[in-house]
Design a protein around this ligand. Structure first.
Ligand code: NAP
Length: 341
């Protein structure tokens, strides 16, 4: 039990940064990875911690195996970060999304209840659970109404309530971090911020000739840095009692504003022309560098997310260290460094 942590989703953006943080704090880290034909450990390698994590080969759908692992290791902390995390994909795969993002969470909670009751459990809940919300509320906090609209967020909301149920009914230390969007150089390639930063960097350095294709650039998000947010996961499990916390930057930008900031950092002039699906961005040579594609719109989009993390700030003594500009600098610098010669 002493200073051991299991992280599911250790090969993902948050899992890699959290593993780094826990190793720095001298924890023995068990990282759950699933078998894959490509290298799932590239992020851990990038952070120089690939050989410091104890790997467990497991798909979250292998319920009996998880029970066995919890029974054997009885970790101090269990961070459940694994998920089918891509909202657009979830619309085409709702049953699979529910299996991983909801039913597997119930299975872990039940295993902890039966075999390792002292384990503290963290669930990666999401601001997507607020869905289409009342803009008059302005900022969303732990008491705001949830109205999920995608298979991803419906499954996440169900597991959020299971975490609360196990906490309240069985007196378990089970907490939800309701995290708003957070990005970093390690963000997965299918996510819009990474797509923008990578695509525009390649266009700027003549590595990409075609325009970048994007969906709804008027969605507004509250973006933070993943490195800041994993610190909060740790603090949530070290708070005096199990509870739920919103983690957000409290600032909001549209995707179009994000693009403009990336162009500024890249020193690229950009001009927008047209409206709706015909809106396009041009560079200083009048070449189209961004197009809108209907195919990339979600069937129903969450267009407005802005979080209020006053509770976390007060109780967990937290302040995000990086706003949007250092985040973009970090992401752009990383892409420039990684450009193929
Ligand atoms: P990510 O980079 O997409 O990582 C997801 C991780 O889950 C990957 O390690 C992936 O493994 C693993 N995984 C997926 N399906 C699995 C399965 N069936 N069995 C075992 N492992 C599986 O996501 P992230 O950005 O780090 O986010 C971490 C968590 O926070 C997720 O639960 C996400 O939904 C939630 N969240 C993220 C944000 C955000 O803005 N980043 C905001 C709110 C909540 P592979 O490498 O094999 O694919």
């Amino acid at each position: 039990m002493k200073n051991t942590a299991i992280i599911t989703g250790v090969s993902g953006q948050d899992g890699a940064y959290l593993a780094q943080l826990l190793l720095r704090k001298k924890y023995k880290v068990y990282g759950v990875i699933r078998r894959s034909s490509s290298d799932p450990l590239s992020r851990l390698e990038f952070l120089n911690i690939k050989n410091k994590v104890n790997y467990i080969n497991l798909d979250l759908s292998e319920h009996l195996k998880i029970i066995e692992i919890i029974r054997k290791i009885k970790p101090k902390y269990f961070f459940n970060l694994a998920a089918q995390s891509f909202v657009t994909y979830a619309y085409d795969n709702p049953i699979y999304t529910d299996q991983i993002n909801n039913q597997s969470v119930i299975n872990i909670l039940e295993a902890i209840r039966q075999f390792s009751k002292k384990t503290k459990f963290y669930q990666a809940s999401s601001s997507e659970m607020y869905g289409i919300n009342d803009r008059n509320l302005k900022k969303l906090n732990e008491k705001s109404h949830f109205n999920p609209i995608s298979p991803y967020s419906i499954a996440k909301l169900s597991s959020y309530y299971y975490v609360r149920m196990y906490r309240n009914s069985f007196n378990m230390f089970a907490s939800n971090g309701i995290l708003f969007n957070h990005e970093s150089p390690l963000r997965g390639e299918q996510f819009v911020t990474k797509k923008i930063v990578k695509g525009l960097t390649e266009i700027k350095f003549n590595k990409k000739k075609d325009p970048l294709k994007l969906g709804n650039i008027y969605s507004r998000r509250d973006w933070g840095h993943a490195k800041d947010y994993v610190e909060m996961m740790y603090r949530i499990l070290n708070y005096k009692k199990a509870d739920d916390f919103v983690i957000s930057s409290g600032k909001q930008f549209s995707i179009k504003e994000f693009i403009n900031l990336v162009c500024k950092k890249l020193n690229m002039q950009i001009k927008w022309r047209g409206k709706g699906l015909k809106e396009r961005a041009f560079n200083n040579k009048n070449k189209v560098i961004i197009e809108i594609s209907k195919k990339l719109f979600r069937p129903l989009d969450v267009v407005y997310l802005l979080g209020d993390s006053s509770k976390a700030k007060k109780n967990l003594k937290w302040k995000p260290s990086k706003n949007i500009n250092p985040l973009i600098n970090d992401m752009v610098d990383h892409e420039i460094k990684n450009l193929t010669p």
